[in-house]
Design a protein around this ligand. Structure first.
Ligand SMILES: [Fe+2]
Length: 323
C-alpha cells in the first residue's frame, strides 16, 4: 500500500539570534537562503527564515523562528524531533569534520547507523543535526565557495523522533501515515515512506527514561516536522483518515502562503504537519531571487512598518542567495 505522504517536506525549529542562524545554515551547512518572512501565528512578530538546496526543493527545507526576544529556552526531551539528518555524498564526512572545525561548530560525535556513516553536530541554539552519507541520493546540492558538489548537502536524509514508547508512535506512523517499518539498529527504529532512502526516512529513537521536552515555541528545540502531499485533495484524505482512526485533533487547513498545512499531535508527542507541494516558494518572488528580502503575505502587508520595527537587522552573506 502506498504511503499517505510522499516524503519529508520541511523541519521547523526555534533558534536564538537571526544572524547566527543565517550564518550557521548558509556558511556551515551550506544551504541557500530561500525565504525571509514572519511567523504567521500569534500576536508578536518574529522572522520565519527558510533554507534549502539548489532548487529549493521540498524535502530539503529547514525553517527557523529566531525567538531570542522570548527570553525563554525550550527544554530538550522526549516527544520531539531529536535530530535532523542531512544527506551528503559518500566519502564526504572527513570534509565535513574539517569544515565544522574551521567554523567552530560543536561536533558531538561520529558513528554509523543502518550501514551509513554519520557525523553529529550542533547548531548554536543547541539543535542537533547529522550529516549522513547516502550514496544513492542524486538530489542537487547547493554549493558555496567552501563546499563543492562532492560534499554539498543534498537535502534531508531523515528525521529522528525521540519517544519514551515505540508502540503507539509506530501505530501513528504505519496505520496513520502509511509508513513501513524496515529495521532496528540499537535504539533506532527505522521507517520508510514508500521506497525509502533520502527524504523518505523517519527514525524513532527509543529513550524510555528521558523527560518530556517542551511543545511550545521556544529557542533550542524543533517545533514540528512536515510531511509532503501533492495537493489539498490528498491532504484532506490524510485528515479524514487520521480522524477516522480517532486522531481527532487534526487541525483545520492553514494557509502558509507557500503551502497549505494541517497539524496533528502524534502519540509520542511530536507535532506532525502535512503540507502541500503545489504552491511553492516562487509565488511572490522570482526563483533566481528567492530569500533576498522580507516578504509578507497579503494579509500582513498593511502592517509592514510595525512588523519590521520588531525584527532584527540581518545580513545575508554573499553566496547564500542565487548564484
Ligand atoms: Fe511547518
Amino acid at each position: 500500500m502506498a504511503a499517505r505522504v510522499n516524503g519529508l517536506h520541511h523541519v521547523t525549529s526555534g533558534v536564538w539570534g537571526a544572524q547566527e542562524d543565517i550564518d550557521f545554515f548558509t556558511q556551515v551547512v551550506g544551504q541557500r537562503m530561500i525565504k525571509q518572512t514572519i511567523l504567521f501565528d500569534g500576536t508578536v512578530s518574529f522572522y520565519h527564515l527558510y533554507y534549502a538546496n539548489a532548487d529549493a526543493e521540498i524535502g530539503s527545507v529547514s525553517t527557523t523562528f529566531p525567538f531570542s526576544r522570548m527570553g525563554i529556552s525550550g527544554r530538550r526531551g522526549s516527544g520531539q524531533i531529536n535530530t535532523t539528518g542531512y544527506s551528503v555524498p559518500h566519502g564526504s564526512i572527513p570534509f565535513w569534520k574539517d569544515h565544522l572545525k574551521r567554523h567552530n561548530t560543536e561536533i558531538v560525535g561520529e558513528g554509523e547507523r543502518f550501514g551509513q556513516k554519520t557525523l553529529h553536530f550542533r547548531h548554536p541554539a543547541g539543535l542537533d543535526f547529522e550529516m549522513i552519507e547516502d550514496k544513492d541520493d542524486k538530489t542537487k546540492g547547493w554549493t558555496t565557495k567552501d563546499i563543492k558538489a562532492d560534499a554539498a548537502v543534498r537535502g534531508f536524509h531523515s528525521v529522528a523522533m525521540s519517544v519514551r514508547d515505540i508502540e503507539e508512535q509506530d501505530r501513528f506512523l504505519t496505520e496513520g501515515l502509511g509508513l513501513e517499518k524496515v529495521g532496528i539498529d540499537g535504539n533506532y527504529h527505522r521507517y520508510r515512506i514508500n521506497e525509502g532512502g533520502a527524504q523518505k526516512t523517519v527514525d524513532l529513537v527509543h529513550v524510555p527514561d528521558q523527560k518530556q521536552g517542551s511543545w511550545q515555541f521556544a529557542p533550542g528545540i524543533v517545533h514540528h516536522v512536515a510531511f509532503a502531499v501533492p495537493t489539498e485533495k490528498e491532504q484532506m484524505e490524510v485528515k479524514l483518515h487520521l480522524e477516522g482512526l480517532g486522531y481527532t485533533d487534526v487541525s483545520e487547513i492553514k494557509d502558509r502562503n507557500y503551502f497549505h498545512s494541517i497539524y496533528c499531535r502524534s502519540p509520542g508527542g511530536i507535532l506532525c504537519e502535512v503540507a502541500t507541494c503545489d504552491i511553492g516558494f516562487a509565488i511572490d518572488e522570482p526563483k533566481e531571487h528567492l530569500g533576498e528580502k522580507l516578504l509578507l503575505p497579503p494579509w500582513f502587508e498593511p502592517r509592514r512598518a510595525e512588523i519590521e520595527a520588531q525584527l532584527e537587522t540581518i545580513k545575508v552573506p554573499q553566496g547564500a542567495m542565487a548564484q
